[in-house]
Design a protein around this ligand. Structure first.
Ligand code: PBG
Length: 336
């Protein structure tokens, strides 16, 4: 350090601000960049709707009809979005989630519609992915089937997941996303897909999924019937080390991509998983993360675009290669 006469230390040659002087300089030295191809847009389709239905707690997000889903996937393709993750809301629910693996179930129809729409715009088009979980299809709203005394039956649920994943692959899903946090779900689905001739279908494993209050708006998005919570299968928000155990197990079971969810409140977990994993790491910016920014922006309390980009950039900087975000299409358009 050089000293002035008044003995105030000056920085000498070391001035980090030099690299922040102009927009061009800041662009040159940016360590992290967003790109449309690594963004995935989650989408909802509801059976029996005649017009798209807005989700009150997620302004700008709707439950799609078949026609509006096709349009929205074409727009995602035009924007260069990397994938769409589909969630289905069936007209009929029962104890075992029969519609989840019905060949003509709403999610299977949505997959076929999305594949066609994705391919219709010329370029590679977004990959078509499906949520592989029973909660939208069961009348009790849990992610698995229940035992006689009302507990979620891990091993009986696995058979349902396998059947669901195979039905999704038959409908054209290129990626399946087991999100139920049952033990052994990745191994079961991998062997089921392989046996059915779908060795190339990718498993995006929800490896570390937390029992999060940030899923609140999603419950409206899928008309959830859940009473109680998912704390016997989703992870305790207090635990970080346990996430690595879940990731290790999913990798050993054959996960192609591992995911952390939610993203923003769990950036430490994203970073730790990225350091550990030799497969791509995804992070899901969930409904509550979306709703917070939209609500603040609607009140004029925050700069919407800047806050969205900063939140998503933070997830990327933490180590996520792939980000699921309800803003995927909008961000992709901003990036071009
Ligand atoms: C379960 C599932 C949930 C979400 C994605 N898959 C809800 C839950 O586990 O309760 C939440 C996504 C979001 O909040 O945006 N199939």
């Amino acid at each position: 350090m050089r000293m002035t006469a008044g003995q105030i230390p000056l920085p000498g040659p070391f001035r980090p601000r030099r690299l922040r002087t102009t927009p061009a300089m800041r662009r040159l030295v940016a360590e992290t960049r967003l790109d449309a191809g690594s963004l995935i847009l989650p989408m909802f389709i509801k059976e029996g709707l005649s017009t798209p239905k807005p989700i009150g707690s997620m302004p700008g997000v709707v439950q799609h009809t078949e026609a509006s889903l096709a349009r929205a996937v074409r727009e995602a393709a035009q924007a260069g979005v990397g994938g769409v993750m589909l969630f289905g809301v069936p007209a009929i629910r029962d104890a075992v989630g029969t519609q989840a693996d019905a060949p003509d179930g709403i999610l299977q129809r949505a997959i076929a519609i999305a594949r066609e729409a994705s391919a219709s715009e010329g370029g590679p088009g977004p990959l078509v992915m499906a949520d592989t979980c029973l909660d939208e299809f069961t009348d009790h709203g849990h992610c698995g089937v229940l035992t006689g005394d009302g507990r979620v039956d891990n091993d009986a649920t696995l058979a349902r997941y396998v059947s669901m994943a195979v039905a999704q692959a038959r409908a054209g899903a290129e990626v399946v996303g087991p999100s139920g946090m049952m033990d052994g779900q990745v191994a079961a689905i991998r062997s089921g897909l392989d046996a059915a001739g779908f060795a190339d279908v990718v498993i995006l494993a929800y490896a570390a999924k937390y029992a999060s209050a940030y899923f609140g708006p999603f419950r409206e998005a899928v008309d959830s019937t859940l009473k109680g919570d998912r704390r016997t299968y989703q992870m305790d928000p207090a635990n970080g080390r346990e996430a690595l155990r879940e990731v290790d197990l999913d990798l050993a079971e054959g996960a192609d991509i591992v995911m952390v969810k939610p993203a923003g409140p769990y950036l430490d977990v994203v970073a730790a998983v990225a350091a550990r994993s030799d497969v791509p790491v995804a992070a899901y910016q969930v409904s509550g993360e979306y709703a917070l920014i939209e609500a603040a922006a609607a009140n004029g309390w925050i700069d919407r675009k800047a806050a969205i980009l900063e939140a998503v950039l933070g997830i990327k900087r933490a180590g996520a290669d792939i980000i699921l975000t309800y803003w995927a299409k909008e961000i992709a358009a901003w990036l071009t």
